[in-house]
Write a protein that binds this ligand. Structure first.
Ligand SMILES: Cc1cc2nc3c(=O)[nH]c(=O)nc-3n(C[C@H](O)[C@H](O)[C@H](O)COP(=O)(O)OP(=O)(O)OC[C@H]3O[C@@H](n4cnc5c(N)ncnc54)[C@H](O)[C@@H]3O)c2cc1C
Ligand code: SF4
Length: 556
């Protein structure tokens, strides 16, 4: 007889990794399915190899360019999907997908921001979209537990729209960041420039983890796990319990149900051998990432669930949301020019500066609802990008580059894309991936609200730079395409009403009692803030709920 696990978890990134770890700690036997391989983060990445030791200076070689997404490079490319094997159709959308134990947390940007009380009730504030069925107070204990667990550094700022975390010491600002901050705060009332909040350990003695050594190579996977990744921080804890079984190279195709309308099994295809296999769980948790979890649910349709598993509401695939990256700007601070620099300003990702949302908090803009924040940074890392714009070569060129080393400052906006039913994904039955599984079709595009918001963000970035006396050296005012922020959310939103939402407020399917979705598919709106801290908090909350319901016999 086939083994029945307490819980089968699909995906091993922020959502799957957190759910699996918490469930293991609660004593449940967990099978985690992951389509990619497992890497040793300490040894499998050429973390500190210099760009000039690669044929194309660390860029993916031209002959392989079509195989990878825009964030891939020679250091990290092996844990992304091969785009040619994993197509999708519809309107232009940039879909960055990991394929490895740890998911996208292996190489994420580490920016960790709590949502605010208003974010969970934004519709009540401005009438757009829907409120969440939960409040900030429901999630707060889970934010705190996650932060005490993974380590988030930052400064306590007491901002209503950016609640403080339980912070480790913040990452110090560079010279350029300090000057920029002084200029903006003196010239723009109510526009603080705060220190970046990053999922990085910045002091010794935090759960025995090695603190950051300021190499600035987080995008290549942190080889000492000073920054948070599911693979480096959570899963080793789960493994120690003896309750976790990990099945790698398992490309999940669909979830099956039994005659009592319970989720019964997960069917997957071995990525290497192409063999079809089936595994059984008392509870099934999808944490494959927004869009991949929804794809699995839509591909799981059967006679009892003809529109996709548990989709009696018809909302599965709808109300996609994310952030628009409308523009960015960079420049140099004249008074720093000519100071030959002592070295790099490298620091972990997620550091630098953050300009929190200042639109539509109290007052209401006539042009758009919601708002945007800016991520940014100043100074230069080991190989500064601006050097490409300086002509020349040899020793003279290097001296010229050094003159600008400390001067550079850049910011870019992330604006909330308010969910609309018409921004949706569906299955394209005509196209299959390399394993024969039907692919997603994207019907997502920018609407008038985000375009108006983007114009405002672009005007505001220029105004700030001009008033701060910065010499502008580069500016982008054309929005990047949908998907580019890699902050996809929605498509299986939570709600109290089973007719208008897919999940309950505990991430449980309204229609199928033992089916849960733990990732950002559950989001009701995306806010302007990066999603991962909230994904981790909600996944932890989901796992606690499952463990409690299994203990009381309500789920098993
Ligand atoms: C370059 C970059 C920078 C980022 N910066 C930030 C940031 O600064 N702050 C922030 O909050 N977020 C950031 N993000 C986004 C962040 O990484 C995601 O929000 C987070 O990883 C989502 O977690 P998840 O578990 O939902 O998905 P993932 O981390 O993607 O994990 C999903 C896992 O499921 C697996 N999977 C998918 N489909 C299947 C299937 N059919 N069968 C089996 N397994 C499957 C995948 O292989 C993957 O391992 C960034 C992402 C990238 C790539
Ligand atoms: S800067 Fe710090 S967090 Fe980033 S890779 Fe280096 S040691 Fe890890």
């Amino acid at each position: 007889m086939a083994k029945v696990y307490d819980v089968v978890v699909v995906g091993s990134g922020a959502a799957g990794g957190m759910a699996a770890t918490e469930l293991c700690l609660k004593g449940l036997k967990v099978l985690m399915l992951e389509r990619g391989p497992k890497f040793n983060i300490a040894t499998d990445f050429e973390h500190h190899r210099k760009p000039y030791n690669f044929p194309f200076r660390g860029r993916v070689r031209p002959s392989e360019r079509a195989m990878y997404n825009y964030t891939a490079d020679e250091w990290n490319k092996k844990h992304f999907v091969n785009e040619l094997e994993n197509p999708y159709t519809g309107k232009k959308f940039v879909w960055v997908r990991a394929q490895a134990v740890g998911g996208k947390t292996l190489h994420w940007g580490l920016v960790s921001l709590r949502f605010s009380p208003q974010d969970f009730k934004a519709a009540s504030h401005d009438g757009a979209g829907s409120d969440w069925p939960i409040s900030y107070e429901d999630v707060e204990p889970y934010y705190s537990k996650v932060e005490d667990w993974i380590g988030v550094c930052g400064h306590t700022d007491h901002l209503e729209n950016n609640p403080d975390s339980h912070f480790l010491p913040p990452i110090p600002l560079t010279c350029a960041e300090n000057i920029f901050r002084g200029q903006i705060e003196s010239k723009f009332a109510g526009r603080p420039v705060i220190q970046g909040r990053s999922a990085t350990v910045t002091k010794p003695g935090f759960h025995g983890r090695v603190p950051c050594h300021w190499c600035g190579h987080c995008g290549r996977v942190c080889n000492v796990a000073a920054s948070f990744s599911s693979a480096g921080v959570l899963l080793p804890i789960a493994e120690k319990t003896g309750n976790l079984t990990t099945r790698t190279n398992a490309v999940v195709w669909r979830v099956t149900t039994d005659s009592e309308n319970r989720a019964k099994s997960v069917v997957f295809i071995d990525r290497i051998t192409r063999q079809v296999e089936e595994v059984y769980g008392k509870v099934i948790v999808l944490g494959a990432g927004t869009l991949d979890s929804t794809r699995i649910l839509l591909n799981s349709r059967n006679d009892d669930h003809p529109d996709g598993l548990g989709n009696s509401s018809g909302v599965l695939g709808k109300y996609f949301c994310e952030q628009i990256m409308a523009g960015s700007i960079s420049g140099i601070i004249p008074r720093l020019k000519g100071n030959t620099n002592r070295g790099g300003d490298a620091h972990p990702e997620g550091g630098g500066i953050y300009i929190p949302r200042f639109r539509n908090l109290k007052e209401k803009s006539k042009d758009f609802v919601r708002g945007y924040g800016y991520e940014g940074g100043g100074g230069s890392s080991e190989f500064p990008g601006f050097a490409n714009k300086i002509p020349g070569f040899g020793a003279e060129f290097k001296e010229e580059v050094k003159k600008y080393y400390a001067t550079v400052i850049s910011i870019g906006s992330f604006g909330e894309v308010v969910p609309r039913a018409e921004n949706h994904v569906e299955i394209d039955p005509a196209v299959r991936d390399a394993w024969g599984i039907p692919v997603l079709k994207f019907e997502v595009e920018w609407g008038p609200n985000e375009l108006a918001m983007g114009r405002d963000a672009n005007d505001a970035q220029r105004e700030m730079f001009e008033k701060a006396g910065i010499e502008i050296i580069g500016e982008r005012t054309t929005p990047l395409p949908p998907g580019w922020s890699i902050h996809s959310a929605g498509t299986a939103r939570m709600g109290d009403d089973p007719k208008t939402s897919y999940l309950t407020k505990f991430n449980q399917s309204h229609d199928i009692k033992n089916l849960f979705v733990a990732d950002a598919s559950c989001f009701v709106n995306s806010t302007e803030k990066n999603p991962t801290l909230t994904i981790l908090a909600l996944s932890l909350r989901t796992a606690d709920y499952i463990a409690e319901k299994m203990r009381t016999g309500d789920l098993s």
